[in-house]
Design a protein around this ligand. Sequence first.
Ligand SMILES: [Zn+2]
Length: 462
Amino acid sequence: MRDFFRLSTIIIVYILMVCPVMAKEKVTVVIDPGHGGYSDDASAYGAIYKDELCEKDINLTTALAMKEELEQYNNVEVYLTRDSDVVLSLEERVDFAYGVGADVLISCHYNASESHLFYGSEIFTSAFGSCYTTGHALASCIMEQWVNDGQASKGIKTRIGRTGEDYYGIIRHGFEVGLPVIIIEHGYLDNHIDYERLGMPEDWERLGRLDARGIAEYYGLSKDHVWDDVIPTVVTDMPDGRVEPDTTPPASVSMNIIECNIETSEVTYEITAREYESKLMYYGIALGDPEDEDVDPSDYADLILWDEGCTKVTGTYSVPTGYRGPITARVYNNYELYTDSATQEIDFATLLEERTELLEQAAEEARKKAEEKKLAAERRAEAARIEAEQKKEREKVGDFFFFMGGDEKEETVDPAARKRALYIEIIALVVFIVVFISLIIIRHRREIIKYIRNIEGNDLDT
Ligand SMILES: [Zn+2]
């Protein structure tokens, strides 16, 4: 029994703590299209894009789509602070919302930055008490819709003014009357990455519908069912004090050059960074040394999103052919504060020279090898030619030697000399035969003569 009472008490206390005013049949949402009207005050127009898009009109388009979508749900009443192009002060917007008993005031905006570098969506909420908890919880549901739609999240943030109160007037006035106000910045129309996703009227309407779904998600609203009570589905813990924005840049940033590829003229880098108060958001690489002020912020154009939750990223960066000089990495947190890495020196010029030298050496070696090959081939051809000639001669002389009973194996003798020797041998043989016959004739001349006469006498006898 005691346990039952204790449990009941805990449940009742929890319900009273979590939803002191939310246990109601209907929730009242006031949508505020930021800026509006014609005035000497530039804030009436909001940001102007490409000299033709005026933020006040875009905000209204989104707000109207948001209202139309949200009104399809049950248990919700929706108001707009303005539904036409009129000037309204921030106090008037808050007073209107307060007057209709708003549970929350959602101020609808699109962003721009001086450098045009930033992109992504962000939501600002009060830094104090239940204005913070309601604002933050609702913002988390809207942000989820945006992220699922492909937007980069710059986070849900607070911003403190010089007096120590909320920086944005509409949030500050809301806090003064106990009304949670959030400023929803859908994205940057002055940045081409966001512009591609948010640049057209159908995009402004799509985002309005997403906002409405985020609000419905937060309050657990349904298009089909009417609930007895509206109870938020997300609870953000009550902060101890003021929720501080991050006012310091990332704690540390270092860059390591992994490779310089002269074929592609690309640097492969690894960047390590740490941020303890907020989150790492973007990074960029630029040539030059920021300390010498030869790096312009626009050199970091096309900031790359940092992989959420990581301390390291790697990538490649294209440099001009033969670049020799400093290179630096810049890492931003989601409060647009940055830290530069120590500058690294890269030297594609020397690498190119070395490569040219190596290529020349290789070409010289190849040329030498080709020449040697050619010479060897020539020598082989000459040797083959000589051998063929010798073979021919041997065949001729060989026939003669065979006839003369000569020795065919005397291959070392020059064929011409051999020929000469042969002729001499033949002549000597002929002379010897002639002399030998002559001597025989001379020696036996009488017998020969007598023999011849006998033959003649015999002939006469017959
Ligand atoms: Zn604005």
